[in-house]
Design a protein around this ligand. Structure first.
Ligand code: BG6
Length: 472
């Protein structure tokens, strides 16, 4: 039995392009997420309808109320507010999010809003090649200010970019062409401009939103060494440093850590900066840290040699797991069970990362994503018996309870996801929701909302409040 703070934000999460649909309705512009999803329209669901939250928002928020949610983390689509990214403001976009926010508040649900969740307005790609140009950071600052001015009287929790540290390694999300020659230089420049944009948004939030709190939302990484060979221990450390920690340090201290600067120099990809940047970056102090947590990784040393020189990707390694410094390899951890989609399930890893971030930054933490993707089956009587998901969530909530006992300040937990939504590469085959959405990849069917067993279980957990975690 674990004690949670009385005002703990028991929540659930989603993001705009994965849930809303209405991709070009009421003036919304196309986004990079739309563009990429349309390339796969013949194979899996795309963003055109998704879970159709754009038309079901009222009913969906009523269900959140029935669930007893204390917080809902969702994202605003930049291209709904400013269709071409840096031009006219779209009043219909403002109106939509006002309706959503007001409804949430009337249901007693605290909105936690992400400004940018993988969905850059596509017009900015055409105009500037997206984040490669500094103008994109200023366009983001303006968009962030529009959000703070229009919603900041009611929204107090803000997240800047979702998983910048992960998305910058994925060419498609950054819109980096496969055959471009100076790929890593472009990537480093884009990453840097996103840090500038982050800092500008943090500053604007503090200037505009009374009592506003703002944070990054990182894809957290916990990497175990394959053996106790110090080389493997260092390899595991490097994986954490290069995948996540350098970004947390940059958000927190306004400069790249030494090892990262060395890497940028060695690769000859140090980004262009401006004299005023130091002040912008160092002046932006976050109020909390948001982290997404799904699994842990295990690494072993795999030093560069003539066949595998530094900075090149190894065939067979995906974009997320390649090494940017020396080489290390991600291995399977035989102590852990994997989900049907290969994520190594590890609640203890969550306790480790919460302790780790707390001891390093001493900022309160919110888990903004954690959940299990599975191919849920609709059973007789319109039921979804997802006891595997209940087990996953229960063990992770217990890990959070343990971290709180360790002395970590955790403000809330947002399950991924509130309802079934468009998963990155598996569309509606891989479902995360507490609420089933009755559609398949090829057929939008009736889009009925059907609470799963996990919905009823989580509802009891929330009702328990500061009390115990229930068994299945
Ligand atoms: C997180 C993203 O990295 O992982 C979400 O913020 C995403 O947008 C989630 O849906 C799960 O990943 P996937 O690939 O299973 O959809």
């Amino acid at each position: 039995m674990y004690k949670f703070p009385k005002d703990f934000l028991w929540g659930a999460a989603s993001s705009a392009f994965q849930i809303e649909g209405g991709w070009d309705e009421d003036g919304k512009g196309m986004t990079v997420a739309d563009y990429n999803s349309f390339k796969r329209s013949d194979k899996q669901a795309d963003t055109k309808v998704a879970s159709d939250f754009y038309h079901h928002w009222e009913e969906d928020i009523e269900l959140m109320k029935e669930l007893g949610l204390k917080a809902y983390r969702f994202s605003i689509s930049w291209a709904r507010i400013i269709p071409d990214g840096d031009g006219e403001i779209n009043p219909k976009g403002i109106e939509f999010y006002n309706k959503v926010i007001n409804k949430l508040l009337s249901c007693g649900i605290v909105p936690i809003v992400t400004l940018y969740h993988f969905d850059l307005p596509y017009a900015l790609v055409k105009k500037y090649n997206g984040w490669e140009a500094r103008e994109c950071a200023y366009a983001f600052e303006r968009y962030a200010k529009v959000c703070f001015e229009n919603f900041g009287d009611r929204v107090k929790f803000w997240l800047v970019h979702n998983e910048q540290n992960l998305m910058m390694r994925v060419d498609e999300r950054m819109n980096i062409a496969a055959d471009v020659s100076n790929k890593e230089k472009i990537r480093a420049q884009m990453d840097y401009h996103m840090f500038i944009a982050h800092a500008l948004a943090v500053r604007a939030c503090h200037e505009t939103v009374k009592d506003g709190k703002i944070a990054c939302a990182v894809s957290s990484t916990v990497t175990y060494p394959m053996t106790n060979n110090p080389e493997d221990v260092w390899a595991a450390r490097l994986n954490n440093l290069f995948k996540t920690d350098y970004s947390l340090d940059m958000y927190s201290y306004g400069e790249y850590p030494g090892y990262y600067m060395t890497y940028l120099k060695e690769q000859n990809i140090v980004p262009a900066t401006k004299p005023e940047d130091k002040e912008i970056l160092c002046g932006a102090k976050m109020d909390f840290i948001a982290l997404n947590y799904y699994r842990t990784l295990t690494a072993r040393a795999f030093p560069a040699d003539e066949v595998h020189p530094k900075g090149l990707r190894i065939e067979g390694m995906n974009e997320v797991d390649y090494d940017m410094y020396g080489y290390w390899k991600i291995e399977r951890n035989t102590n852990l069970q994997a989900s049907e989609y290969g994520a190594q399930i590890d609640p203890t890893g969550l306790r480790i990362v919460l302790n780790d971030y707390w001891s390093r930054y001493r900022l309160p933490l919110i888990i903004t994503e954690n959940g299990l993707g599975a191919a849920d089956e609709l059973a007789e009587g319109e039921k979804i018996h997802d006891d595997y998901r209940i087990d996953y969530i229960r063990r992770h909530i217990e890990a959070i309870g343990a971290a709180i006992e360790d002395g970590v300040q955790v403000l809330g937990y947002c399950l991924w996801s509130v309802m079934d939504l468009l998963s990155s590469h598996e569309g509606f085959k891989k479902r995360y929701g507490l609420i089933y959405v009755n559609r398949s990849d090829g057929d939008i069917m009736n889009l009925a909302r059907i609470p799963k067993d996990s919905f009823r279980w989580y509802k009891k957990v929330i009702q328990g409040g500061s009390g115990q975690i229930l068994q299945n």
